[in-house]
Design a binder for this molecule. Structure first.
Ligand SMILES: Cc1cc2nc3c(=O)[nH]c(=O)nc-3n(C[C@H](O)[C@H](O)[C@H](O)COP(=O)(O)OP(=O)(O)OC[C@H]3O[C@@H](n4cnc5c(N)ncnc54)[C@H](O)[C@@H]3O)c2cc1C
Length: 508
């Protein structure tokens, strides 16, 4: 594996131009790193990435992240499926409230029961708590932004080998080799980087095979609307002619890699729905399982993992992209700071300490859903109890917080209750917003009191921290907030004379 003479050395090579690899490329390029993305598939297009197969639910954190980089407005499809924006602020019950917004084990979240007062720091936002996007469109928007920022995307170049060198990593893609100071595997659930990099990938084996299929149905009225958990599995007609099924076969069908036939779909649909429905044609089908695994480490030397390469789980409740985009957002600025030599000690390690627990929680979230969907009386009894609990204000608020990502909090030490959470969407009296101020990817010190000490403190970071002073329309009692490049609060204070608190309070 000898690189050609005079070959460029990229700061970062990313394996995989899926949503996570592309978003990470954007983050790194925004922070002035040179980035090469190597993608195995020769074409970015696939019917599995387009509606309805490619429909992906983005949670509040992903929607905020895209908005904080000015990418949300570029997503056109399908705005009609966007759930209403919601408003949470201390005081009387806000409006409007969302009408829909996810499910747990097929149980629809009762949005009208959510107690918004339990999220006192969430401000009115121009962004939604949940939005559905088409995978192909999301990737197109991200690839366009990445290329505009100078990222080189090479398609039809699957990584086949890698070798650590003193300066970084040499990567082989077919006949060609490439040099990077760092390599990030964003190459999906079957990650080659994970295997070649020697990462341990541990977890639980699947209980079912899931199917998403486009079919012609002679008598679709025989199938009930919505998501139906039955004594033999789960079925859903997501829209006319599109079926989603779960068959508790221990994942055997998917693992055997057999082609899905019309006869197979017919037998399954009848068995799971308990009807004699008739399918007359099968156009397209894909299978998946609930295998849940996570690498024990997200980094080995100069090789890192993000997205499905680091964790896989069932798509129940749609958490995978959200988890992966969160990885990319967390890793991008830390890796860039490391490359530019201004990262404090331990910053890159905090990628693992912050993101691994979030990934483990999502794996457990998916396992918990499977546990109450099993086709046995005990699971069905539990399913009924969870349904009842979800229908209470505390239950609905808890589930919404998990499904929308609002409960995500990094352990950044003691301090104001906001520390470790995604920042509230402050709107300043000059008409600008927190999300807009984060668009250039820098940290942000929002000073609501025009405190000269704070201004001087921010100035010591040579432009890495943007200082903005101005009154907010709603300050939530806050005097100043320090926000990391990824939009999470590193420090906040409600007290006067706070400048002296800052240096100790900003490990990250
Ligand atoms: C049916 C279904 C429904 C889902 N619904 C949702 C949902 O509603 N919400 C949600 O958040 N998530 C959902 N997910 C999960 C989500 O799609 C994934 O978590 C997400 O696509 C992961 O993104 P990624 O970039 O990590 O990996 P991928 O999207 O898998 O992208 C990896 C890329 O790497 C490339 N690659 C592979 N090997 C190599 C190699 N050797 N070298 C270079 N490139 C390589 C691949 O071609 C691919 O382009 C769903 C998944 C399924 C199966």
């Amino acid at each position: 594996m000898q690189p050609a003479i005079n070959q460029p050395i990229y700061d970062v090579i990313i394996a995989g131009a899926g949503p996570v690899g592309l978003f990470l490329a954007c983050e790194l390029a925004l922070a002035r790193c040179s980035v090469l993305v190597l993608e195995k598939a020769p074409s970015p297009h696939s019917p599995l990435k387009r509606l309805p197969f490619g429909l992906r639910g983005l949670n509040a954190l992903s929607v905020e992240a895209l908005d904080r980089r000015g990418l949300l407005a570029e997503l056109a499809v399908p705005k009609s499926l966007t759930t209403p924006h919601f408003t949470t602020k201390p005081g009387p019950s806000p409006s409007p409230k969302p009408q829909a917004g996810g499910h747990f084990a097929g149980i629809q979240l009762p949005a009208d029961k959510i107690d918004f007062a339990q999220w006192p720091y969430r401000l009115p936002s121009s962004t939604s708590t949940q939005l559905f996007s088409e995978l192909e469109e999301l990737e197109t928007v991200l690839a366009r932004r990445a290329e505009a920022l100078g990222v080189s995307i090479r398609r039809g170049r699957g990584i086949t080998a890698l070798r650590p060198t003193p300066e970084g990593v040499t990567v082989q893609a077919g006949e060609q080799s490439f040099l990077g100071r760092w390599l990030v595997g964003c190459d999906g659930g079957r990650s080659v980087v994970r295997k070649l990099g020697g990462f341990d990938f541990v977890g639980t084996e699947p209980e079912f095979t899931g199917y998403t299929a486009q079919v012609d149905i002679l008598d679709p009225e025989k199938l009930r609307p919505g998501r139906n958990v039955t004594p033999t599995g789960m079925y859903m007609q997501s829209q006319p002619g599109y079926l989603i099924l779960q068959d508790f076969d221990g994942g055997a069908f998917h693992q055997a890699g057999q082609p899905v036939t019309l006869e197979h779909m017919q037998e399954l649909t009848r068995r799971i729905s308990g009807t004699d429905v008739t399918l007359t044609a099968l156009h397209l089908a894909t299978t998946w399982t609930d295998r849940a695994r996570q690498t024990t480490a997200y980094r080995r030397g100069r090789v890192l993992l993000a997205g499905d390469a680091a964790h896989i789980h069932s798509p129940l409740g749609g958490q995978g992209i959200n988890l992966g985009l969160g990885d990319a957002l967390n890793l991008g600025w830390k890796l860039a700071a490391t490359i530019h030599g201004h990262a404090p000690a331990g910053l890159l390690d905090s990628y693992q300490t912050e993101r691994h627990p979030v990934g483990a929680q999502v794996l457990d979230w998916s396992r918990a859903q499977v546990a109450i969907m099993r086709p046995n009386p005990a699971a069905q009894a539990l399913h009924a109890i969870v349904r009842d609990l979800m229908d209470t204000p505390d239950g609905a608020t808890y589930f919404a917080g998990r499904i929308w990502g609002l409960r995500t909090r990094y352990d950044l030490g003691a301090g104001h209750p906001l520390v470790g959470h995604s920042a509230p969407h402050f709107a300043l009296e000059d008409g600008t917003t927190l999300n807009e101020h984060l668009r250039d990817g820098r940290g942000l010190l929002l000073d609501f009191e025009a405190d000269e000490t704070l201004k001087a403190w921010a100035g010591r970071f040579g432009g890495q921290i943007k200082y903005v002073s101005g009154r907010a329309k709603e300050q939530l009692g806050m005097r100043a907030v320090l926000v990391r490049p990824d939009g999470f609060v590193a420090w906040a204070s409600e007290r006067q004379g706070i400048g002296s608190e800052l240096p100790q309070a900003t490990r990250h």
